[in-house]
Ligand binder design. Structure first.
Ligand code: NAP
Ligand code: MG
Length: 489
């Protein structure tokens, strides 16, 4: 009989488990997806997208100029007026279900491509991003023929052509949050993915054709900020949906003032994660780790400020320090990897610059002792301790694997400190007292408050911000509102 006893104290060799990439095929050059076909950009400009974990060149992608945006908007308008708008809602639903099923069938391909182009761990793209993407399409497919039930007595009508601009941190998930409700409500779209992560959106374009989606319903235009601005400025667009930084969000709001175009903004955040002394500490540690190191901290709702009750400060930070060292940082294609690559050289610089302000201010910090790969963009998981409210690392969004910790004594003080931010996207509370959770949730100025968990997403649940985190909700029945004309318009 085999002896299955495990010998303690022996050194286990680390065995990587690398995801193969054979199912992904990347073209040398991509055109713009307009009116159901890939076309060359008018001015013929292209730019490269790379793998941030290796700095390897992946593909050349087209940069759409104003003339290309005009073609895309014309295609979307035509599809809206002649095909998608007049179509029976139950027929529209069938296309959305088909897209959702195809996404499930090709889930691994999408996950691997997402990881190659953006640097996030395969564990996350495979188990979180892409399953959620399919779930959002299934969910909104279900609403497509039930809008009269969603908003009884109102007979809501689609808005028309939506211009949608998304960031690089959750490329496919943000695409799903934008495209699924827009199409379910009867609109057509022109979507721009981020410059550093365009490849999965271009694969999605191919999938739209495979699903037989009528030409012009979905148009994908790649490019940089100038392409985004051309979408914002195009007079044929009825509604802009933007997810990205607060700075760009403000400039879009200024550009749209007085134009009558509808607008929703999903912007930055500086989420507060609050741990009371009665919380289950080991679970809270996992929540805090997930809150800030999930997706390298490139998460708008990251729990980037930790407030620990003073009585458990030392114990909690000790536990956090040891957990930090067990995080596996490195090759995003390794199925064991917890923290992958920073999305771009520019983002790495922003992280380094903000961390430097913390160090220059004399704030103590500790970092994971992990070894970082020589090539690519990497940042070791970092925790600042005893930060003060006025430090830039407590106020500004770092959008990287960096946590700012502070303490509090009473629930009132926790609320005061947590709300002391220009943002208001997310918060988390850890305590065993249900009444305290409700008391806190009532007072935290944040669009989402998680209780004894963090970073949980569900298509049925609306998501969005207060204050400089933006306005409008995505997900749930609320997520349909920005794409419908009704008494709320
Ligand atoms: P960003 O610079 O604002 O970019 C977002 C998107 O806008 C990209 O596609 C970008 O193109 C484009 N863009 C840039 N300048 C533009 C302009 N003047 N007009 C129109 N579009 C323009 O933000 P980011 O750094 O990529 O993303 C990180 C930010 O997004 C963080 O602040 C994060 O909190 C926020 N975010 C919020 C949510 C949410 O749901 N609230 C979700 C995810 C991320 P390029 O890629 O070419 O620059
Ligand atoms: Mg890339």
């Amino acid at each position: 009989m085999t002896d299955h006893t495990i010998e303690k104290g022996i050194e286990w060799e680390y065995a990587p488990s690398i995801q193969d990439t054979e199912m992904v095929s990347i073209a040398e050059t991509y055109g713009l997806f307009i009116n159901g076909a890939f076309v060359d950009p008018g001015e013929g400009e292209t730019f490269a997208t790379i793998n941030p974990a290796t700095e390897e060149h992946l593909a050349l992608v087209s940069a759409a100029g104003s003339a290309d945006i005009d073609l895309a908007v014309t295609a979307a308008r035509n599809a809206f007026e002649n095909v998608w708008g007049p179509m029976k809602p139950s027929e529209r639903a069938k296309y959305l279900y088909r897209i959702a099923r195809l996404l499930q069938e090709r889930a691994r391909e999408f996950a691997v491509l997402e990881t190659l182009d953006g640097g996030k761990p395969i564990k996350e793209s495979r188990d979180i991003d892409i399953p959620l993407v399919a779930a959002y399409f299934f969910y909104y497919a279900g609403w497509a023929d039930k809008l009269d039930y969603a908003f009884p007595g109102i007979e809501p009508k689609p808005v028309g052509v939506a211009g949608q601009i998304i960031p690089w941190n959750f490329p496919m998930l943000m695409l799903a949050w934008k495209i699924a409700p827009a199409l379910a409500a009867g609109n057509t779209v022109v979507l721009k993915p981020a410059e550093t992560t365009p490849l999965t959106a271009l694969l999605f374009a191919q999938l739209c054709n495979e699903a037989g989606l009528p030409d012009g319903v979905v148009n994908i235009v790649t490019g940089d900020g100038r392409t985004g601005a051309a979408i914002v400025d195009h007079p044929g667009i009825d509604k802009i949906a933007f997810t990205g930084s607060t700075g760009v969000g403000k400039s879009i709001r200024r550009a749209l003032a007085g134009t009558g175009k509808k607008l929703t903004l999903e912007l930055g955040g500086k989420g507060a994660h609050i741990v009371f002394d009665d919380a289950p500490l080991d679970q809270a540690i996992e929540g805090v780790i997930n809150g800030i190191f999930f997706n390298q901290g490139h998460v708008c709702c990251a729990g980037s400020r930790l407030f620990v009750q003073e009585s458990i400060r030392d114990e909690f930070l000790d536990k956090l320090r040891s957990r930090l060292d067990t995080l596996r940082v490195g090759n995003p294609l390794d199925k064991n990897t917890d923290v992958g690559a920073i999305n771009s050289a520019a983002q790495l610089q922003r992280i380094e610059a903000l961390v430097t302000t913390g160090r220059d201010a004399g704030v103590d910090m500790f970092q994971s002792s992990c070894e970082l790969p020589a090539k690519g963009f990497w940042y070791a998981p970092t925790v600042f301790t005893d930060v003060s409210q006025s430090h830039r690392i407590a106020q500004e969004e770092i959008f990287g694997p960096v946590l700012a910790t502070m303490t509090f004594r009473t629930p009132d003080e926790a609320i005061e400190k947590a709300n002391n931010t220009p943002y208001g996207l997310s918060a988390g509370v850890w305590t065993t007292k249900g009444s305290r959770i409700l008391w806190m949730a009532d007072r935290l100025r944040a669009g989402v408050v998680w209780a004894n968990t963090f970073n949980k997403f569900d298509p049925t649940s609306p998501f969005g911000g207060y204050k400089e985190s933006g306005f409008g909700r995505e997900g749930g029945r609320h997520g349909l509102l920005p794409y419908l004309e009704g008494p709320w318009s």
